[in-house]
Design a protein around this ligand. Structure first.
Ligand code: ATP
Ligand code: MG
Length: 418
């Protein structure tokens, strides 16, 4: 894409009321637009990153047997009354609305209820199970605090997968697979080394749930990390019993701030009993389906990467989720020699399937480089009168700052997708 055609511009300042580093950077670089506290629009650059994140998650969910679908945001009150989650005294983050006839509707903050009800029409016998269904969908939550940028939105995109299994054993096997798939996802987007499987409260059907907590000062959670075992415990559940259970000596744990980028939860028959989701086993007797839910905040993940993998100059995207692979920067000369060479190189890279943001704007070099650092595309390629004279392009790694010169042919031949 030619940068002259990108409608967003970088900005020197973020809105005055914006206090989160991730949102400040993403707004200044033109990835997101703040509509109001906790509500952000995705601009072209941000939407590309979000879609890459979705791609990474989708690949892993499909690999463990997930079937992608899309449920509605508008929710039938009756279903939520059946599970006792309609009352504002019980769930205090609902956004609710009304039909013209005054009937109340909810805007989904999660989707256990509608999906469990939907499955009663498709699940009959043990042959119909297991089922793993997931979606990327907008959730609405009337969060009290919305000071963490896109890490805590009132409207945000979530990947939510729900598992429907015959028995505990089948459930546990999938739960472990999901845990591994989550590990792969966080590695792939570049935060694996700081992300800990964290024991958290499990609700009525299992002792623990597992959160994936990523270390950052911007996080709202406190966890206790065991470096040795590569696991952590959420402060909410830390007591002697958890330390017995996990074989940990408390004194070996380190207290850290972290953000929950994902979680996996065994639901048992909590929802299948309330909404009557049953199947007939091999002997013909009826049993309730065992469920699990598995969430990842795709927007929160983007905010977390922005927060962690950035430096004083701006964002630093890993190749896997960068809005473009290469930022091609033209430093124009009087005779337009560089511009002709850069135009041609842009076309050639695109033909090879390499995603390029081409800064063809008529601006000073300093401004272009500052914008490029702020936007954070992993590889910068400069073409100028000087590089043409030397028959090379100048390549700079955004993360390390290393610069080297290579011929165009060599660059194309060796450009790898790390
Ligand atoms: P938190 O403890 O941070 O409030 P949660 O436990 O309520 O989150 P879940 O209901 O389990 O979160 O949602 C699944 C995932 O969705 C979370 O792991 C997180 O990544 C993401 N998420 C939750 N709330 C938000 C939010 N307000 N904005 C962005 N992402 C969110
Ligand atoms: Mg949580």
């Amino acid at each position: 894409m030619k940068q002259s055609q990108l409608f967003t511009k970088t900005r020197k300042e973020a809105p005055k009321d914006e206090v989160a580093k991730n949102a400040e950077l993403l707004i200044r670089a033109g990835f997101i637009h703040k509509e109001m506290a906790g509500v952000y629009s995705m601009l072209p650059l941000g939407f590309r990153v979000l879609n890459k994140i979705i791609g990474v998650i989708r690949k892993e969910m499909n690999a463990i047997g997930g079937q992608e679908m899309s449920l509605t945001a508008l929710q039938d009150k009756n279903l939520w009354e059946a599970t006792n989650r309609w009352d504002d005294g019980i769930v205090d983050i609902w956004f609710k609305t009304k039909l013209k006839n005054e009937a109340e509707l909810g805007l989904g903050f999660t989707h256990e209820e509608p999906l469990t009800a939907l499955m009663t029409e498709y699940v009959d016998s043990y042959r119909d199970l297991p089922i793993y269904a997931y979606q990327f969908q907008t959730k609405f939550r009337n969060e009290t605090r919305a000071k963490s940028g896109i890490m805590r939105g009132r409207e945000f995109l979530m990947k939510d997968l729900y598992s429907f299994s015959k028995d505990e054993k089948e459930h546990e096997e999938f739960y472990e697979k999901a845990k591994k798939a989550y590990g792969n996802i966080f590695n792939e987007v570049g935060i694996g080394d700081r992300t800990y499987v964290t024991f958290a409260s499990g609700g009525s059907f299992s002792k623990y749930s597992h959160e994936f907590q990523t270390l950052t000062e911007a996080g709202e959670d406190t966890i206790f990390v065991s470096e040795e075992k590569k696991i952590a415990i959420n402060k909410e559940v830390l007591n002697d019993e958890v330390l017995g259970d996990l074989g940990l000596d408390k004194s070996s744990l380190v207290e850290k701030k972290a953000v929950e980028v994902g979680n996996i939860f065994s639901l048992g028959t909590r929802f299948s009993e309330s909404l009557n989701l049953k199947y007939k086993d091999e002997t013909g007797s009826e049993k309730f389906v065992i469920m699990g839910s598995y969430g990842i905040g795709s927007g929160r993940l983007m905010g977390t990467v922005a927060e962690i993998l950035s430096d004083e100059k701006g964002l630093v995207w890993p190749m896997s989720i960068a809005p473009f692979h290469i930022h091609l920067i033209l430093l124009n000369d009087k005779e337009n020699k560089a511009s002709k060479a850069a135009d041609e190189f842009y076309v050639e890279l695109a033909r090879k399937g390499i995603e390029v943001l081409y800064d063809d704007r008529d601006l000073r070099a300093g401004e272009k480089f500052a914008d490029s650092d702020l936007i954070g595309i992993p590889v910068r390629v400069v073409i100028s009168e000087k590089t043409i004279a030397e028959n090379v392009v100048e390549v700079k790694d955004r993360k390390t700052g290393e610069v080297h010169k290579v011929s165009q042919e060599e660059f194309i031949r060796t450009f790898g997708f790390k």
